[in-house]
Ligand binder design. Sequence first.
Ligand code: PEP
Ligand code: MG
Length: 589
Amino acid sequence: MRTDGTRGERRLQGLGIAPGIAVGRAFVTDSSAIVVPERRLEPAEVDGEEKRLAQAVEVAIKQLRKLKTKAVALPGTAAEEMGYLLDAHLAMLSHSRFVRGVERRIVEDRVNAERAVALEIERMGESFAAMGDAYLAARIEDVRVVGQRLLRNLTKTPYAAFKTLAEGSIVLAEELSPADIALMDPKQVKGFATVLGGAEGHTAIMARALGIPAVLGIADLLKDAAPGDTVVLDGGTGEVVLNPAAATLARFEKRRSAIERAGRGLARLKRLPAETRDGVAITLEANLELPRELGQALSVGAQGLGLVRTEFLYMNRDDLPDEDEQYAAYAGLVRGMDGKPVTLRTLDIGGDKLAAPLAELMEGEGNNPALGMRAIRLSLKERSLLDAQFAAMLRAAAHGPVRILLPMISSVGEVRAAREDLGQVARRLKRRGSRVPDPLPPLGVMIEIPGAALAADALAAVADFFAIGTNDLIQYALAVDRGDERVAYLHNPLHPAVLRLIQFAVEAALRAQIPVSLCGEMAGDPRYTALLLGLGIRELSMAPANVPRVKQRIRALDLAAATQRARAIMDQLDDARIASLLDDFNELA
Ligand code: PEP
Ligand code: MG
């Protein structure tokens, strides 16, 4: 390997999205090589162009089906993740809004198929981006990937041959699709870096699932890189070095050994209990945004699903999911968890979470969507939404333990109304001959509005369990928009107001002897674990990838000492002092 830096060492910085150190030889691929021809059609050409599009779609479907059979052989959770993803891409090729839009452009705008595809990708990208929603932003990537496939088929541009790469390659590309990643054999491809792509996209998800170190979003990656260059990258920090000097290589090598040692330690934790040094068992569960995360939740040893965000069923489509479709999705999760509890949250649409089929209902919600017709408020207003969700959840509960969770609860009246509705739906299902669990699944509430935390005693009397949502609790307590990066520095979990609200809710739950968990992002950060346990929380739910690190923290700490430290922290008024008291404790144990 050339390490003499003949072309000079060049350091680049991107977004580290899949941790690990990779050293190898550059394989440079340029997906921008597709040239999109532009042509206006004569009226007589329209039919022929529609046929060309239909053929390209057909070929794309065949390619995706072939990839699906290939995906089965992928290691670990990657097989399942890839399966879900390819299904999503296949759905996008059959009578979807995207394909319909392309067809319309050929017929109405009379442009050639390639141009129509390119225009439609652009238009959908703009309309998704305008909604300012992270989930939809990730869907733009899907539209682009499917669109690129159609363009390649229409222009007959071949895919880069990732299968035949030399061992020890590092792929450098403008953009890579999850399907491209699926063609990579981790034995051959040591890592990859791209110009485009964000941390929430599927390419990132696939890289993490396959364990291929990766860095995305390096604007000038391809400017100086040449095939065969030596490349070293750190998928954690986002550093990429082209033609590294020997000293740089040695530095990265050292990092790699340290990461490998830590990884071996964390993997060993899977079968060990999440128990503090003084013997108190803590329940660690997974939050699920999309069903394809199920495999990972199981592989990290999650003891249940503490929060299933059901919004995925309502997004990126023009119609609403009916009861049967919802039942199939929920039952899949319940069966997949094989007896471990699954907490299904009713629709939390509104505010920063949007869904096209519900856009009309949300209209007129005023100037402040965070405080408007959203979540449980919308569900109670549009009973058919709630009824379909409850019915699907109750039917799914026939396959294993289910808990039903209500988002954005602010008053006991909402819980009573929802419980009454749940009873009615259960009776209707029984009359229909469906199997319904007796007693009905526990009905819990999210504590994510400051008023709900302060009225936690009252809510504890009508709810079967609490799930504390710190993401919104912080947003509302401190008046900090979760989605506004300009005020992100104020979104502070250690603000005394936030901690007092958490404490208040936990104590109310403990007094009423109902279970209480915490499922905001705070639960997945080991920095806060000792404090949360010290406040009395024994159940935490988080993104699956965070489970091992939090478990490691739990196993290292003494709960009695953490409780004492939490008391000292709760006496403080200054968040800087709170942070230093917590960080000092974390350093010691
Ligand atoms: C929360 O608000 O903390 C929460 C877990 O719910 P979401 O992030 O889905 O709003
Ligand atoms: Mg919330």
